[in-house]
Ligand binder design. Structure first.
Ligand SMILES: O=C(O)CCC(=O)C(=O)O
Ligand SMILES: [Fe+2]
Length: 392
């Protein structure tokens, strides 16, 4: 396909949405989790706590070159990130943003969360989207039946493009630009990400408000749903996190896509604390079942999904397909029944998905690549050339 027609196709996606095996497991696996296993009563981790210690040497090296905050952007770091992602299906990046930016992003998220709790007239951020309890399901195109159930998913969320003036963002747009840069670099190194990097979701800001809020084990995409999500990028902003606060991201071993649910055995691989400045990247499909363990304190994160262009275009084409929407809705109704029987909580049915969660592309005819890639390349070139000067 020619560049122009590809670009036109991308633009159509934006219009339609109105706003883009491992050899060895990394951590020692503990006992498989049976389907009905009850949650642990204590905060003892069931699996080893996982951190980003693998990058300490790299971070020290780039700190000494005055490039601490860009450590992940250099060729040796990118090669390791790509290698880990391919070998383990997920990778932890500590210090993705430096301490002061991370603290500031935490403050921005707290501000947005608090503003959403006040009546419109009583805060200074009128027009900043309110964080609401997160929705479930939505089907392939995201436009089918959705529902809420606190026992399944207990976070509050809102979607942001980082340009909302009312929200007074400062760090969020910088974070997005950096993550876009990283993912567009990885797209050139990881074959499975080859069609990723031009389309992504907006940023989903989340707060698990404590009191045991959690998100049960799930995959962000599956071979049945095919919603286009290829890579999940998380950033955690919790300055005072300690193990007693819970809210770890538990990663499970990959699932063969062709196994029925009752044949699956979920082996926990690692519990990842949601500590300040930490980013986690993982494949959005059955390679990475995951859950958020109960949080006893407020827990803030930003999630972005990078889409496989082809899969996302196919999913969007089915937006107005009544038969597909009904098949998705039927599956969602079965899921709701299952959860209702398991947790005894009635779902709140929302109907069609409310959020507009995809990023529009710049509408230009001048042959420029999509804004996302363009901004990302510029950022990398700038940082790398500065670094070369430092080394020369
Ligand atoms: O916040 C996290 O650590 C993960 C959240 C999650 O799995 C999701 O929103 O799909
Ligand atoms: Fe998830």
């Amino acid at each position: 396909m020619g560049r122009k027609s590809k670009k036109a196709q991308r633009r159509r996606v934006a219009k339609q949405t109105s706003v883009a095996f491992p050899n060895k497991l990394p951590f020692q696996a503990s006992k498989p989790v049976a389907e009905n296993a009850t949650k642990q009563a204590t905060h003892e981790p069931a699996t080893p706590l996982a951190d980003g210690a693998w990058s300490t040497g790299l971070r020290t090296k780039y700190m000494m070159l005055g490039k601490a905050e860009w450590w992940w952007l250099f060729d040796d770091a990118l090669a390791q990130i790509a290698q880990r992602l391919q070998r383990e299906n997920f990778v932890i990046l500590d210090g993705f943003l430096d301490q002061s930016m991370s603290v500031e992003l935490h403050e921005e998220l707290v501000r947005a969360y608090k503003a959403g709790k006040l009546p419109e007239t009583r805060h200074s951020m009128v027009g900043c989207p309110r964080m609401q309890p997160g929705a479930l399901a939505g089907g392939q195109a995201g436009t089918s039946l959705t529902y809420r159930m606190n026992a399944v998913r207990g976070d509050h969320v809102a979607w942001f493009d980082g340009k909302e003036e009312a929200c007074q963002w400062h760090v969020l747009p910088k974070y997005l630009q950096r993550m876009d840069t990283l993912v567009s670099e990885l797209a050139a190194l990881v074959p499975n990400l080859a069609r990723t990097g031009a389309l992504r979701s907006n940023a989903m800001a989340t707060c698990y408000p404590g009191n045991g809020a959690h998100y049960v084990r799930h995959c962000d995409n599956t071979s049945t749903i095919q919603n286009g999500r290829r890579l999940t990028a998380l950033f955690y902003a919790n300055p005072l996190w300690t193990p007693g606060h819970g809210g770890e991201l538990r990663m499970f071993a990959p699932q063969p896509a062709d196994l029925e649910e009752n044949e699956r055995v979920y082996v926990p691989l690692a519990d990842i604390p949601p500590t300040l400045g930490r980013a986690v990247l993982f494949f959005a499909d059955e390679r990475c079942p995951h859950e958020v363990l109960p949080a006893s304190m407020m827990r803030f994160a930003v999630t972005v999904w990078y889409f496989d262009e082809e899969e996302k275009l196919a999913a969007n084409k089915l937006k107005n397909d009544a038969a597909r929407a009904e098949a998705d809705a039927a599956r969602t109704r079965r899921e709701m029944e299952k959860f209702k029987a398991k947790y005894g909580e009635a779902p709140e049915i929302l109907g069609q998905r409310q959020e507009e969660n995809e990023v529009p592309e710049v509408d230009s005819d001048d042959g420029e690549p999509p804004s996302l890639l363009h901004g990302a390349a510029t950022l990398r070139n700038h940082q790398i050339s500065t670094q070369r000067k430092v080394q020369d």
